[in-house]
Design a protein around this ligand. Structure first.
Ligand SMILES: Nc1ncnc2c1ncn2[C@@H]1O[C@H](COP(=O)(O)OP(=O)(O)O)[C@@H](O)[C@H]1O
Ligand SMILES: [Mg+2]
Length: 246
């Protein structure tokens, strides 16, 4: 029998003894309030759901629980005083981990990528691993791609929050190919996304965050797939309908 080292992060569960204050963030978020447990795919796990449904809160709790700073970067990046407090959700979670630690890890967060870029400018010795050029001297999309290509070295555990935010459709396809290379190189990724392109990745599990909890869904049952497909196939008519209703 072979013992798998992946997934490095196997599960997250609410601690049975935890005391959750349902009147306060993060337990005011329906998906978080009803959360019991989730099991991660050995390759890729996606978080999807409406804006404000709790994807970033959960991803951040996993990240903080794994030892990252809340603004992301490698585990050595510590940025203080630049953004809001963490939710505290990590204190209520128990993380199930592999016997084997990943060799590499990164928490990539679109919302605070700018902060990480500034931090890196102050630590020129780190820039080499980001492609040697200040991330501020590159467009947001270029800087993001440079990070994915140079910083994620493989055999790693990577948490990505809306990595598509800055990427053109063809860059999203390139990102998909980077994800596949990383998976083949023994990596595990957990990705919050709205991208119907990224979500198509086949070796994956999709968790949808809703008002009624967190559920697993098939790619073709996501709104991302259905709405995008329908719109592109029928856009003149859909536009007419949309504007009639206004
Ligand atoms: N620090 C915070 N304090 C209070 N509420 C917050 C905080 N951060 C996020 N929220 C709220 O929690 C909800 C979920 O946010 P978030 O996890 O960022 O959603 P998503 O990433 O799915 O868009 C939102 O309604 C947001 O306004
Ligand atoms: Mg978010």
């Amino acid at each position: 029998m072979t013992i798998n080292k992946k997934p490095y992060l196997q599960s997250a569960a609410l601690r049975p003894d935890t005391v959750a204050d349902l009147e306060r963030y993060p337990f005011t978020i329906p998906a978080i309030r009803d959360f019991v447990q989730m099991d991660f795919h050995r390759d890729v796990t996606f978080f999807v759901g409406e804006n404000g449904s709790g994807k970033s809160t959960m991803l951040e709790a996993l990240a903080v629980g794994l030892g990252f700073g809340k603004d992301g970067g490698t585990r050595s990046v510590r940025i203080t005083g630049v953004s809001d407090q963490v939710s505290g959700l990590h204190e209520h979670l128990r993380l199930g981990k592999s016997y084997k630690k990943p060799n590499d890890s990164y928490f990539l967060r679109a919302e605070s990528f700018f902060n990480v870029a500034s931090y890196m400018d102050e630590m020129p010795e780190y820039l080499g691993s980001y492609g040697g050029k200040s991330l501020h001297a590159q467009s947001h999309g270029e800087a993001f791609m440079a990070t994915m290509l140079n910083k994620l070295r493989g055999q790693g555990l990577y948490l990505l929050d809306e990595p598509e935010a800055a990427l053109s459709p063809s860059r999203q396809l390139a990102a998909l190919s980077v994800i596949h290379q990383l998976v083949q190189d023994d990596s595990q990724l957990i990705i919050a996304t709205h991208s119907p392109i990224l979500l198509a990745y086949p070796h994956a599990k999709i968790y949808m965050f809703t008002g009624g909890g967190i559920h697993e869904v098939a790619y073709e049952d996501t709104e991302h797939y259905a709405v995008t497909r329908d719109f592109l196939n029928n856009y003149p008519r859909r536009l007419e309908q949309l504007f009639e209703e206004e």
